[in-house]
Write a protein that binds this ligand. Structure first.
Ligand code: GLU
Length: 902
């Protein structure tokens, strides 16, 4: 029962929807655009051959050839097609002709299918354009440029259509960003002057919008003037870059990116192309391919050609869909009569709601009739030709499918065939001329840390390199007046070098204009100065362990204690003794602590020698005990400190740090002209460094040097009147060889040396990786030891230091001379006192014996005579140890017989 119903309905519909057997469709093509026509015809054949697409009718292609600029002829040919009863018009490709065709089709309500870029596309008309809408394409370019983070770029366009295509890109570029230059390609085929202007503006990001046929010419001429380097990036707006022969640009390393609608990797696309080529060959039609693989044949399929194929299929599908709902008949229309095709609008609406997969991806239209939801492939030129790097679609934007790792791998592959130009400057120990008897050329001329470093990196990445010294021998500083860079940075910016390797400091200013790798060495600014002059040891350095105050206090204590001992001994009855042990009740009591004896006792114990005198009373013993304690501590402290004072050489340095430099004006100081050290002081906000900078700037003659070597020589020549602000690593190198120089104070900042490359260099990550690898493997450390400590006189000052430290314990006469002086002084004073004593005693004897004044001299002479006589047993003779009446041992001279114990 149900089956009968379906058969009935099918019969009914079959009857109602009977399409004419042949549906004519008109195609308007230009003679030079024969591939469009071929595609059109081929698509019609495919539709007719595939019964599933249009089961009950066949399409008949009716082709008219018109000239692109002749719109009058175009309208006549359209009218001719209408008269013959076509159901739709396809083409043409040229804008003037197409607009005429469009208006006729609108009037006749006849579907008009276009496959070309058209920004005037109106909604609600009879036009169905399969080409992506300009606004959507424009958005894709904006998204790409954003994804790459281009801050500035130059748009090179051919005609006003290009500007319309890129208007979103111009609008999206904010006012805060760097300016965008817009330049038009000249009519002539010589683009070099224009390209040179772009090159001079140092712009490396170019958006090229021109006819597909001109792309190769433009790129070739760009290559001729050196604008196809590793650092240039081109965004090509044509969707047909795959049809351009880019063979000669594949190995240049230039970043060439474009979008495409047609994915040649898709198997269905390849199948269609293969069948097509085969078909054409079978029919003897020439396609001028000459390629064997389907992928290679893709180059002849332009986007518009594929769109024509899709347009015919879209039409067929819509017709089939319409056929299922209403009876369609196609009638001839006349341009002279106000005639319309009743099914036209329905067919157009069906076309707009159809969703199908064509050669150019999903064909779908939004509610306004613009092609929506299409996906564009992002393609990049690699060594293997154009490769898909990602996709773009209106909802998700840019989506890179190629991973970061893949990109890097590709860059390393590119590097392996490259010879990089390495700029450097002569600066020991980073790059020095090799000393050799024969004349060296090329890379062999140089040696040093930087030379070895780039060699190690090249071993990791496999590239070749040639050295090129920066012509001005400078590192790179920005001249604010001329707004130009100099030195190695300039070489990079003008793309005369690919890499700069030296003791080039990574600074903020430089980082803005060039790319740096990871630092390969860390350092900071410090001061290079003459070693402090060794002070000759002080003659009285034995006094140094105690300060003057302590010496004074000690002397005072000595006198005080002696006097106290004297007084207490007088007070204490136990200190009064009979002069002889045998006398029981002596008439005279004796006290041994006379003032002189007290002084003698205290000095004896201070000098750790003792004396014959000993206190007997508790009070005096207390004094003596405390004094001994005092001397014990004082003497131990003195001894402990004396060793240090006698052995340590006193170095007298007027400056200990950069701050000390800032505080004074006697010692001049400077830095390398145009180097990062000078820039540090110039740009510092710290008041000390600002003061130092103004001092340096105002100093005459100039304190700036043109090389570190010159700075070193100036410090040497200055003999302490010049200090040089230098980087710690270089100071380390210098002081290792020049033993008269030293680093003063610590580091003022902390930074690193990096390898610089032109901005956007694709090799930065790879070279950074190689630097890290070398660091982790310890190679950088080995290189540093080699060039700092071993080569070119390294370690010579180390020997000197060890020599001086080994002899440090030996004291010279200079160290202890003062002790001899004191000894001699003491002996002298003793002699003087002895003379005084002699004179004093002789006078006393003379007076006692009531001799005349005149006889003093004779008395002294006789005393002297007896004193000089050899000691013998004779009485009244020379000195003899005798016992006086008290039994005490006294040393008697000639006059001793008359002496008394006082
Ligand atoms: N390394 C410094 C530079 O890159 C040069 C030496 C210096 O300024 O002390 O500019």
């Amino acid at each position: 029962m149900r089956g009968t119903k379906i058969i009935f309905l099918l019969l009914l519909f079959g009857h109602l929807s009977a399409l004419p057997d042949t549906i004519r469709i008109g195609g308007l093509f230009h003679p030079e655009d024969d591939k469009q026509e071929v595609a059109f015809r081929y698509a019609v054949e495919r539709v007719n051959a595939d019964r599933a697409v249009l089961p009950r009718a066949k399409l008949l292609a009716q082709v008219e050839t018109i000239s692109p600029q002749d719109s009058f002829h175009a309208s006549k040919r359209v009218c001719h097609l209408l008269r013959s009863g076509v159901a739709a018009i396809f083409g043409p490709q040229s804008a003037p002709a197409a607009s005429h065709v469009q208006s006729i089709c609108d009037t006749m309500e006849l579907p008009h299918l276009e496959t070309r870029w058209e920004y005037r596309t109106r909604r609600e008309s009879c036009l169905v354009n399969l080409y992506p809408h300009p606004a959507a394409l424009s958005r894709a370019y904006v998204d790409l440029v954003r994804a790459w983070g281009w801050k500035s770029f130059t748009i090179v366009y051919e005609n006003s259509d290009g500007l319309v295509r890129l208007q979103e890109l111009l609008k999206a570029h904010g006012p805060t960003e760097l300016p965008v230059a817009v330049r038009q390609l000249p009519e002539s085929h010589d683009y070099r002057p224009l390209l040179k202007q772009i090159k001079n503006s140092a712009e490396s990001h170019i958006v090229l919008d021109c006819a597909t046929e001109r792309i190769r010419d433009v790129l070739q001429q760009a290559q001729q003037i050196g604008m196809m380097s590793d650092y240039h990036s081109y965004l090509i707006t044509s969707l047909d870059l795959h049809s351009v022969d880019l063979e000669e640009f594949k190995y240049g390393g230039t970043n060439i990116t474009a979008l495409r609608l047609l994915d040649p990797e898709r198997s269905d696309v390849q199948r269609v192309v293969r069948d097509w080529v085969y078909d054409e060959a079978r029919k003897g039609r020439k396609l001028q391919l000459g390629h064997t693989s389907a992928k290679e044949n893709m180059t002849f399929i332009k986007t518009e050609t594929a769109l024509m194929y899709d347009a015919v299929h879209l039409f067929a599908k819509a017709l089939h869909d319409l056929d299922t709902s209403q009876q369609i008949d196609v009638k001839p229309l006349s341009c002279d009569a106000e005639d319309t095709w009743p099914h036209g609008y329905s067919l157009i609406n069906y076309m707009k709601i159809v969703e199908m997969k064509g050669l150019t991806g999903v064909i779908k239209f939004d509610h306004q009739g613009f092609r929506s939801d299409f996906t564009l492939d992002i393609i990049e030129l690699t060594r293997d030709g154009l490769q898909k790097a990602g996709t773009w679609n209106s909802s998700e934007g840019v989506n890179y499918t190629r991973s970061y790792g893949d990109n890097q791998k590709q860059i390393v592959e590119i590097l392996q065939n490259k010879t990089l130009i390495v700029t450097t400057i002569l600066s020991a120990p980073y790059c020095m001329r090799k000393e050799a008897s024969e004349k060296l050329i090329g890379n062999a001329q140089f040696e040093g840390y930087a030379i070895d470093l780039i060699h190690e990196i090249s071993k990791v990445l496999g590239f070749n390199y040639t050295f090129k010294l920066a012509p001005d021998g400078r590192y790179g500083s920005y001249n604010r007046e001329t707004k130009e860079w100099d030195g190695m940075i300039r070489e990079l910016l003008e793309q005369r070098a690919d890499v700069a390797i030296a003791d080039l400091t990574i600074t903020y200013d430089r980082e803005q204009v060039v790319d740096f790798t990871m630092p390969f060495m860390n350092l900071g600014i410090s001061v290079l100065y003459r070693k402090p002059i060794k002070q000759p040891p002080n003659l009285f350095s034995f006094l140094s362990p105690l300060s003057l105050d302590v010496w004074i206090y000690m002397a005072t204590a000595y006198l005080g204690v002696s006097v106290l001992l004297f007084i207490l001994a007088r007070f204490s009855p136990y200190e009064w003794d009979s002069p002889g042990n045998c006398i029981d009740e002596p008439q005279v009591l004796e006290n041994q602590f006379t003032l002189l004896n007290s002084l003698w006792f205290t000095i004896g114990s201070l000098m750790q020698q003792g004396s014959d005198i000993a206190p007997k009373a508790v009070s005096t013993r207390m004094v003596a005990g405390m004094w001994w304690f005092f001397t014990l501590i004082m003497i131990s402290s003195y001894t402990a400190n004396l060793a240090a004072f006698l052995t340590v050489e006193r170095m007298d340095s007027p400056i200990e740090s950069a701050e000390d430099l800032a505080k004074q004006t006697k010692i001049k100081y400077g830095a390398l002209k145009g180097g990062s050290t000078a820039a540090f002081f110039r740009d510092s906000n710290f008041s000390t460094y600002q003061r130092m900078w103004s001092f340096m700037e105002s100093a005459r003659p100039s304190v700036f040097t043109s090389s570190n070597k010159e700075g070193e020589e100036r410090v040497m020549r200055g003999k302490g009147s010049y200090a040089y602000l230098m980087e710690s690593t270089t100071i380390e190198y210098v002081v290792e060889r020049n033993c008269d120089l030293t680093q003063v104070g610590g580091m003022l900042d902390s930074k690193g040396y990096g390898i610089a490359m032109p901005p956007n260099s694709p090799y930065r990550t790879a070279i950074s990786g190689a630097v890290l690898k070398l660091q982790e493997e310890g190679k950088l450390h080995i290189l540093k030891t080699k060039w700092w400590k071993e080569k070119r006189g390294g370690g010579s000052c180390r020997d000197e230091t060890s020599k001086s430290s080994s002899t440090a314990n030996e004291l010279g006469l200079a160290n202890v001379g003062g002790v001899f002086v004191v000894l001699m002084g003491g002996m002298g004073v003793a002699c003087v006192i002895a003379v005084c004593e002699f004179v004093w005693k002789s006078r006393k004897v003379a007076v006692d014996e009531r001799k005349e004044e005149a006889s003093l001299c004779s008395e002294m002479a006789s005393e002297l005579r007896s004193a000089l006589k050899c000691p013998s047993t004779g009485s009244g003779g020379g000195p003899a140890n005798t016992r006086d009446g008290a039994g005490s041992p006294y040393l008697h001279y000639g006059f001793s017989t008359k002496s008394q114990l006082h």
